[in-house]
Ligand binder design. Sequence first.
Ligand SMILES: [Zn+2]
Length: 681
Amino acid sequence: MTAHNYGLPDFSSVSPHTIAHTVRHLLDEHRVLLDAVGESAEPATIENTLVPLETGDAELSRHIRVMWTYASSVGGSEWDRVESELVPLLTAHEDSIYMDPRLYGRLEQLSSQEHDPQTAWALSEHLKNFRSRGVHLDTEFRERLQQINARMADLKTQIGQLIVKTNGEAALPLGEDDVVGLTDSQKAGLAADAAANPDAAKGAPYLLTMVLPTQQPLAASFAKAKVRERVLEASIRRADGHGGGVDTRALILELVKLRAEQANILGFETFAEYEASRGTAGSSRAVFELLDSMVGPTATNAEKEASELAEHYRDHLAQPGEEFSPADWTYTQEHLRQSAFSLDGSELSRYLELWNVVERGVFYAATRLYGLQFIARDDLSGYTEDVKVWEVREEDGSRIGLFLGDYYARAGKRGGAWMHELLIRSEQGDDYTIICNNLNVTKPAEGSPTLLTWDEVRTCFHEFGHALHGFLSATRWPSAAGTNVPRDFVEFPSQVNEMWASHPEVLDSYARHFETGEMMPDRLRGALTASEGFAEGFATSEILQAVLLDQAWHRVSADEIPSGVEAVASFESAALTRIGIASPWIPPRYRTTYFDHIFSSDYSAGYYSYLWSEALDADVVAWFRTEGARGDDGGLNRTAGETMRCAVLSRGNSRNPVESFEELRGRPVDTAALLRRRRLV
Ligand SMILES: [Zn+2]
């Protein structure tokens, strides 16, 4: 019997040149197919309209997914070039589909007929997509929308590039005296950055490069108050034009103005209203109600933490004459965390070896809940040699597909962690599912074990939660499969899956000392549990400020948007003060000038999605621990797993996702669980 390969692409034959060539060719073929559908004189049927629209791009999608895989996980100048060459073509192609009144007309014809519920929902979702681009409007409005789209795409690219540039501009050269408090490996990282970037280092031995959020992770380690102050100052002033440097303000003002105009043309009062209508929240009032209930308690918690930290700082950390300042917050917080819980990260890591975490933790939980089986397939190769491949089967042995784990950081690979799919099965589409998880764990020296931080362990479970959403998908139409759900729903299953990382039986299975195989001692487990919820006031305040700042920029009409760039900072502080979330101690997670998610990526008026999904997540975690539990198993059983699978994970976007949630919970979401988790009640 030859081993089954589930349609895994033959990566050895992929090259940037061949992919670019094939994608161009398949785009042309797809265009011809859609023209034929649009021009058909036959009355519209599922077979002659919906089927080609859903499945006619199968081959094209497969190649595009391979292209994305290389562009994000491998990178390098050749793949960058292919990406920037293909992206405008793909955007224009998508526009040409969703702005085509002929296709829209045929789908409208179909939607007036009787269909099974999944088909009816797929049709209504397609029509919604067409309308959200203005296909139903008069030519003059459609033309204006196209102009706006093109200009907005351009502005987003420019802002994104300026934010990359400002991170470079704000990089801090540091001397031997400045890096007191850092570990040897942290210093080695900064030294390597200085060596790689001698112009920015200006002869200094170390260089601190900025990451996106306001708080720079290393600020929690610098022992000198002056250095922490320099780091925070450099971070919050990014791209605000000071000293003649990078300035994103004019571009941002133009972009928010265009968004307000676009929303008006499409029939919405504000852009926030338009975005909320495309998610499960439905309206910006619903979004605001959730956020508003969090503001008061968050501000109170943050104040309380501020006075605790100020006291701890004064008693244990301050040099004579030093006062606690916002720049000392994360440093003091880490110090307090270690002394309150004696949670030593490096000791903990000895029990968190990567492959144990994956095979005996992440997979183990999926077997206990969903009956899935995982078989290592060392005979199959991924797109680089770091990729490990497993076969995924149902409890009864039937085939689902392949899981590719790409856990290590490499030069050229995008930062962060994510899931993506190469194939996703559905009744009308692919036969098998192939899903990849990417993390950026530092690869140890040859022969040494990969020991993770607790955060990285949670990330492994999180990304596999997205993978489960794909593997367990059972929809009729490809467009509804797996994680193709609205943005404010997609993080819900992945966040739920994080709960199993600290489940006692799952910990028993995977948290073993990398040398002796001994179980994690109770002392460490206790410290892990006790430290849950620590510093929640800070974390919630920073994210809630960012969410509300995003809403503020997108809840105004075009003529309420300030016109001078100096007004950007005052708009920001006035908005946060008016809502009651401004803090003298905690800056927002992103300030306007470097808020990449909303001005360059796809989270415009949608940054709320993280908290919205978390409300669903916290409510379902509570369900697993109560109704889903058998005895004291905390919900780790096949019955609870099947219920979750049947109501949510298998459904994708084959019906309104709100319905899926409500089937599981038996009622609409109750945000009390989120408020409890974030210590807001
Ligand atoms: Zn996620």
